[in-house]
Design a protein around this ligand. Structure first.
Ligand code: IGP
Length: 519
């Protein structure tokens, strides 16, 4: 197999160490000369001194680490992460020493002090000693590049110095290693180990905000969401998931004034029902990959949402066939449902034995200020519905959402797409911290369930490689082709399996799921 970028970084680093030694030919203090700040002793943001990265190239090549770290401290970051890898990140141990010395001066002046993290692809126990002498309060240990024994030895070394081991995990084997090192440290583990999950795959650079969501429940109480946070809204999303830290690099290194917005968004947020919805969705997505592989379903099938349920027997069959989400329309159209129906359906669904995992229930609304819209919002706040789908309306402009936000409404947005400009709106939603957006065909005058598909050329040009949630005109006949062409993460089907609006045809529904049977 050819070398991926992570392997290349590690190989070059080993070569540098062979040539230059563990201190990379830099004069480092004989003994530590600064005090301590516990890394993530309090929940908060970790902001990064990062000049460049392998995925982005130069980010802030001329940054001054002391100036930048001062800005971060003034923004009340809990920690500063200093990249010391030189080839791809243009960092150095000099930066680490300078930032640690800065924090010591601030400590003596009684100013807010950040913990200092050494961020690197550390490989040897003696590198922990060097980090400690330079003034680090924590060291990054990337599970993927260390074997069990090495990871344990390095974490024990950190523990001996009374600093934190920040263990970065992402894949199943990393979680196993996290359990190994936690067990090896025994009682000291809670104090020494802070776990972080990287939303960026270091081998491909692809970031996905649902990766941290999918594993939050497997991590210890203190856990950090790493990478891909670009705005205050993204920081809020991470907090909603229940993370106690975020690690932000590029966005703040490039634009330091953003630091205080990101810090305060994270600190004023909380774990809530919105985060719970994304965790449930993400867990479902990744669990499906595994369980489907073992069952008769195609492991690569998208998640399926059956929308426009108005009859109990239709919803129960969809659940039995393996639907991941069921949609109920709370908008005055032909598929309009009622509060009573949804409540009694939910009770029935939970009682039906055939389901290991019940589908998520979603209320589709087109006007949050309408009676129907308000009903769906109330049901989502009560937890009867798992989320509200804002269909073609921007919740960020809505008073109803502003009101319900205090009660942490779980929701996602659906955007109607008919022209290239519609993707500007989608981009603005992403900037507002929306991890996924459902794309539906646009037909003037009809809010949804139109039976029309989104023009393929638009999807091809504009979808940008982001995981696709697709609605509009999907049928048992065209679903296989659509999946082959666009690999959607979720498909949403309503009219394609109906006899009449709101009346599902059970043979068509079975035909749809039969398309996903393992071949
Ligand atoms: O610039 P971003 O997307 O905000 O990411 C910051 C940080 O998470 C990222 O630099 C990082 C996470 N894990 C790493 C391991 C090594 C080097 C770098 C990293």
């Amino acid at each position: 197999m050819s070398e991926d970028i992570l392997q290349k970084i590690v190989r070059m680093r080993r070569e540098d160490i062979d040539r230059l030694g563990l201190n990379f030919n830099i004069d480092i203090p004989e003994a530590r000369r600064v005090g301590h700040t516990e890394f993530l002793g309090n929940a908060g943001a970790i902001l990064e001194v990062k000049r460049a990265s392998p995925s982005k190239g130069d980010i802030a090549p001329n940054l001054n680490p002391v100036e930048l770290a001062t800005t971060y401290a003034e923004a009340h970051a809990q920690a500063v992460s200093v990249l010391t890898e030189m080839n791809f990140f243009k960092g150095s141990l000099r930066d680490l020493i300078a930032v640690a010395d800065l924090m010591e001066r601030r400590r003596q002046q009684g100013l807010h002090t950040c913990a200092v993290l050494r961020k690197d692809f550390l490989l040897f126990e003696d590198e922990i000693d060097i980090a400690y002498r330079c003034g680090a309060d924590a060291v990054l240990l990337i599970a993927r590049i260390l074997d069990d024994a090495q990871l344990v030895k390095m974490a024990q070394r950190a523990q001996k110095f009374g600093i934190q081991a920040f263990v970065e995990v992402r894949e199943a084997d990393d979680f196993r290693k996290l359990a190994v090192v936690t067990a090896a440290l025994g009682d000291a583990a809670a104090k020494t180990i802070v776990a972080g999950v990287n939303s960026r795959d270091l081998a491909t650079f692809h970031t996905d905000p649902l990766i941290p969501a999918s594993v939050r429940s497997k991590l210890p109480a203190k856990a950090v969401f790493e990478s891909g946070i670009l705005s205050a809204a993204d920081a809020t999303y991470a907090r909603n998931l229940g993370f106690t830290g975020i690690l932000v690099g590029e966005a703040v290194a490039k634009n330091p004034p953003l630091a205080k917005d990101v810090v305060s968004a994270f600190e004023s947020g909380c774990e809530n029902a919105r985060g719970l919805f994304w965790k449930k969705f993400a867990e479902r997505k990744f669990a499906n990959n595994e369980t489907r592989a073992a069952s008769s379903q195609d492991a690569r099938r998208p998640l399926v949402k059956i929308c426009g349920i108005t009859r109990e027997e239709d919803g129960l069959l969809a659940a039995e066939l393996g639907a991941d989400m069921l949609g109920f329309v709370f908008s005055t159209t032909k598929r309009l449902t009622t509060e009573e129906f949804v409540r009694s359906f939910k009770t029935r669904l939970l009682r039906s034995a055939c389901n290991d995992v019940a589908p998520l229930l979603v209320g589709v609304i087109t006007d949050p200020n309408s009676v129907e819209g308000k009903t769906a919002i109330k049901l989502a706040q009560e937890g009867v519905l798992d989320a509200v789908q804002f269909h073609g309306v921007n919740p960020h402009n809505s008073d109803a959402l502003a009101e319900s936000c205090s009660a942490a409404l779980p929701y996602y947005c659906a955007a109607r797409v008919g022209a290239p400009e519609d993707f500007d709106y989608i981009a603005s939603l992403r900037k507002n911290g929306e991890p996924r957006i459902l794309l539906d065909a646009k037909v003037e005058g009809i809010p949804g369930g139109t039976g029309k598909t989104i023009p393929e050329s638009l999807l091809r040009e504009k979808a940008n490689g982001a995981p696709l949630w697709l609605a509009g005109g999907i049928t048992p006949e065209n679903v296989a082709t659509i999946c082959e062409k666009f690999h959607p993460e979720l498909i949403d089907i309503s009219s394609g399996i109906e006899d009449a609006p709101g009346i599902k045809n059970h043979d068509k529904m079975k035909a749809l799921f039969a398309e996903f049977a393992a071949k």
